[in-house]
Design a protein around this ligand. Structure first.
Ligand code: PRT
Ligand code: ZN
Length: 284
């Protein structure tokens, strides 16, 4: 019994999807242009598909789970379960206008022609905000639509914003914030559910590790209590005596977000030789 996972065949999610599986200790042969491959050390089979097709394949049970952008998931409106956000492929689906057009808020979208490949998401958004606009569904190169007179505005994915900029457009309204997500068929059998559970456990450990750093520092013994109080470790920090009398080495785990602020305070409290190292896997 194997869990069949669909990932993007090539494109923006391909590399991060493969990396995630590798970080989960799943060994795959590196063969591009394949339709599918099996892991040699985990009961999983990987299907390489176009991202647009993944929700349907998972709904139909051709694949059991899939990795796809939340934007695609919502647009395709398929009956699959969102299991986990994966933290990569981040972008936003935004409405953009020609840069010289004044924009004072949603009501300025009233009556516009908006070109998009995300007609469902956009129409839900407009309806929710009681805006009536005309949606022109087109499948690619949405950003050129205003320039060629096809539309007054667009609704498309943005990450750095440089595509909008080079096409003389400006971001006016964020419709959706998206990232890659793991989706699953709604009727997985017991055996596949078990494998999915194992995979999720590993994904959790990899993601937790990414959000945390291992910290080592030296502290004068008389400052130990103060320094330890600053570190919100997994449990309590490890404290080991140094060869030099009166000093200890403190080891613990820090959240990436708290990192700079705590480092400053540790230094202020007398910590020295602070080392911060990445963690590969973290199981708590
Ligand atoms: O061949 P296939 O159909 O599988 O791929 P695709 O061409 O449809 O998708 P692909 O590989 O472009 O994107 C896959 C997924 O990556 C998307 O569904 C999003 O979830 C996610 N993602 C993240 C993005 C972007 N960032 C992104 N910037 N998808 C597309 N873009 C495009 C956007 O459409 C625009 O043309 O990049 C341009 C804007 O980028 P900036 O950096 O100039 O703002
Ligand atoms: Zn696509």
């Amino acid at each position: 019994m194997k869990l069949r996972i669909a990932i993007q065949k090539s494109g923006r999610l391909y590399e991060d999807s493969i990396r995630l599986l590798k970080e989960c200790g799943i060994g795959l042969d590196n063969g591009l242009n394949k339709l599918k491959t099996e892991a040699y050390n985990f009961p999983i089979e990987v299907f390489f598909l176009r991202d647009d097709d993944i929700p349907q394949y998972v709904e139909d049970g051709v694949a059991d789970v899939g990795i796809v952008g939340e934007n695609v998931l919502l647009e395709k409106q398929r009956n699959v379960s969102l299991i986990e956000r994966l933290g990569f492929g981040k972008c936003r689906l935004s409405i953009a206008l020609p840069k010289n057009e004044a924009y004072g808020g949603l009501q300025d979208l009233q009556g516009l022609r908006i070109a998009t490949s995300y007609a469902h998401i956009l129409s839900d958004f407009l309806e929710k905000n009681k805006i009536s606009a005309e949606i022109h569904e087109i499948s690619g190169s949405v950003e050129i639509a205003p320039g060629i007179g096809l539309a007054d505005a667009i609704c498309d994915l943005v990450s750095s914003g440089s595509t909008l900029f080079t096409n003389g457009l400006k971001e006016a309204e964020v419709v959706l914030r998206s990232e890659a997500v793991l989706v699953a068929n709604q009727e997985l059998d017991e055996a596949r559910r078990k494998i999915l559970g194992k995979l999720l456990f590993r994904i959790g450990a990899v993601r937790k590790a990414k959000n945390n750093k291992y910290i080592l520092l030296n502290a004068p013994n008389e400052k130990l209590d103060e320094i330890i109080a600053l570190i919100p470790g997994m449990k309590s920090p490890t404290v080991l005596p140094l060869a030099e009398a009166g000093w200890s080495s403190v080891h613990s785990v820090l959240r990436e977000d708290d990192f700079w602020e705590i480092i400053e305070r540790l230094k202020g409290a007398g910590a020295q030789g602070i080392l911060v190292v990445p963690i590969e896997k973290m199981v708590v």
